[in-house]
Ligand binder design. Structure first.
Ligand SMILES: C[C@@]1(CC(=O)O)C2=NC(=C\c3[nH]c(c(CCC(=O)O)c3CC(=O)O)Cc3[nH]c(c(CC(=O)O)c3CCC(=O)O)/C=C3\N/C(=C\2)[C@@H](CCC(=O)O)[C@]3(C)CC(=O)O)/[C@H]1CCC(=O)O
Ligand SMILES: NC(=O)c1ccc[n+]([C@@H]2O[C@H](COP(=O)([O-])OP(=O)(O)OC[C@H]3O[C@@H](n4cnc5c(N)ncnc54)[C@H](O)[C@@H]3O)[C@@H](O)[C@H]2O)c1
Length: 253
């Protein structure tokens, strides 16, 4: 890869992936593939302990043999992860045009490289140096792990739920954008961190009722009321918010 590449999150669930090699690096790649729900086959005359465990539990298919070109037939993704550059090159040469390959010792020939990824529920933070320094990518991810801690999993679920409700029930575009921006007020993260889910929810309802009351929101008023009815809560409208119609900072709310 000479260019920075095109970052994506692949939906690989249920699709066949072949990993050639059964060492430490192969085990790391397989771990991420299993998290994504891929159907993994490992081709190798031996397996690292984690791979042995997965094979023992039927989580991966193991072909106990040295690589041959027919082993990658039908795979959507292929990972060449042996410690023998000639074998890795042989895997590359066996590819069909529709197959995408990651060669762990040849980023220059690879169709894709794997970033480090920090996961917090639905939040994924991936870091890549495009092969320049995988160690640095790992270090930066460790720093981000402190800043974006486990609380973010619940916080992102909350944002997703609110966003879905707003998309379903608020038809006015400007009104939606204002609500989405207001949802990102740090107060919602703080309340999540403090375990105050009820207060968080009340504030969200207040935000909705404010939107319903503001002049720009008049077109969305009934829809917003519908969201509140469904949630079984009254909108506790906040006059300060109603007046400004702007996103409020944590101090202002
Ligand atoms: C991010 C991560 C994801 C993963 O593998 O899941 C990943 N490498 C990780 C760790 C790591 N890799 C290496 C070290 C030792 C320190 C060092 O050398 O820096 C460490 C650190 C450690 O292990 O602690 C050595 C290394 N890596 C590559 C080569 C070959 C070469 O460069 O030619 C060599 C030299 C081998 C040799 O000695 O000859 C190549 C690749 N490694 C990549 C990904 C891709 C580019 C990623 C990017 O920069 O964006 C790329 C191009 C291809 C690919 O594998 O996709 C994972 C972090 C997992 C985590 O978060 O824990
Ligand atoms: N991309 C990365 O993140 C990264 C990190 C470190 C090292 N590396 C590179 O990855 C290579 C593998 O590292 P490792 O620590 O997993 O090595 P390892 O020695 O632990 O494992 C190598 C595996 O390849 C298998 N193998 C060898 N020949 C084979 C063949 N013909 N067919 C099938 N399987 C075969 C071995 O049986 C073994 O299971 C290293 O040589 C290095 O070049 C890449």
């Amino acid at each position: 890869m000479n260019k920075p590449g095109y970052p994506v999150i692949l939906n690989i669930a249920g699709l066949p992936v072949v990993v050639v090699g059964g060492g430490t690096v192969a085990a790391r790649k397989v771990g991420k593939l299993l998290e994504a729900g891929a159907q993994v086959t490992v081709v190798s005359p031996d397996l690292a302990p984690r791979l042995q465990e997965w094979a023992g539990h039927g989580k991966i298919r193991w072909l106990d043999k040295r690589f041959e070109p027919g082993d990658i037939r039908g795979a959507r993704l292929v990972i060449a992860a042996t410690n023998d550059p000639q074998v890795n090159l042989a895997v590359y040469n066996a590819l069909e045009p529709y197959q995408w390959i990651n060669i762990v010792d040849r980023p220059d020939l690879s169709d894709f490289v794997v970033p480090t990824t920090l996961r917090r529920g639905k939040l994924s933070i991936s870091v890549s140096t495009s092969g320049a320094s995988p160690g640095l990518a790992k270090q930066i991810t460790a720093e981000l792990a402190e800043r974006y801690d486990e609380v973010y999993a619940d916080y992102v679920d909350f944002l997703a739920q609110c966003r879905l409700e707003i998309l379903q029930h608020v038809s006015d575009q400007q009104q939606r954008q204002r609500l989405f921006a207001a949802l990102l007020d740090p107060v919602f993260l703080r309340l999540t961190r403090e375990g105050k889910q009820e207060e968080r929810s009340a504030r969200y309802r207040r935000l909705l009722s404010t939107a319903a009351g503001s002049p720009a929101g008049s077109g969305a008023g009934s829809a917003t009321a519908e969201v509140e009815r469904e949630a079984g809560q009254d909108g506790d409208s906040d006059p300060a918010l109603k007046q400004s119609g702007q996103q409020q900072s944590e101090e202002e709310i």
